[in-house]
Structure formats: structure tokens, C-alpha cells
Design a protein around this ligand. Structure first.
Ligand code: SF4
Length: 100
């Protein structure tokens, strides 16, 4: 087996992992209609693909989602392991994964 790092292979593996994880979560109907090609060069997907919104959906919001990466600056937007761009802590999308 070849142990050399292949970025293209890593990206494909990450997308397969994302697709598999997405299919196993109940609120991820977007996964079936959003093939891995929807991901950009960074491996994240467009906000529109997951119906991202800048406000919470009930008690669900980005700051309590397992995919959220908070900013080190208080009050600044964070990032997401799945969705591209700046992410509001008060936002929400179809890929929401509650923390508990
Ligand atoms: S997956 Fe969706 S809800 Fe969760 S942090 Fe990313 S954008 Fe917010």
C-alpha cells in the first residue's frame, strides 16, 4: 500500500465521510440532493446548499451545533466544518447537529 499523502485522495475521502455522516442524520435531506460536487475547493459547501439562515430555528443555532468553530474574537462570526464562509453564532442550516 502507498503511504504518500495525496491531497486529492484526502479530499475525496473527506467528502465520502461527510456524505456518509450526513446520510445518517435525520435533518440532512440536503445530502441526497447535494452531491459531493457541491463542495468547493476547501471541501466546504455553499450556504445555499444547506439553506443557511442568519437567525436560529427555534432553539437550534450554530453556537450549539457540533460543526461550529467559534471565533477567538468575541462577537465576531465563526466558521463551520461543513459550510463555507463566515457563520453567525445565531445562524442555522439543514446540517445542524445539536450538541446534546
Ligand atoms: S452545520 Fe449549519 S447549523 Fe451547524 S454550525 Fe454549520 S452552518 Fe451552523
Amino acid at each position: 500500500m502507498n503511504d504518500r499523502h495525496d491531497p486529492a485522495m484526502s479530499r475525496r475521502a473527506a467528502l465520502r465521510l461527510l456524505a456518509g455522516a450526513a446520510a445518517s442524520l435525520p435533518l440532512l435531506g440536503w445530502a441526497a440532493s447535494s452531491p459531493p460536487e457541491a463542495a468547493d475547493a476547501t471541501g466546504t459547501i455553499a450556504k445555499s446548499a444547506v439553506q443557511y439562515q442568519e437567525h436560529p430555528k427555534g432553539s437550534s443555532f450554530c453556537a450549539n451545533c457540533a460543526n461550529f468553530i467559534p471565533s477567538r474574537k468575541q462577537g465576531a462570526p465563526g466558521h463551520c466544518t461543513i459550510v463555507a464562509g463566515d457563520i453567525s453564532p445565531k445562524g442555522w442550516c439543514l446540517a445542524y447537529a445539536g450538541n446534546g
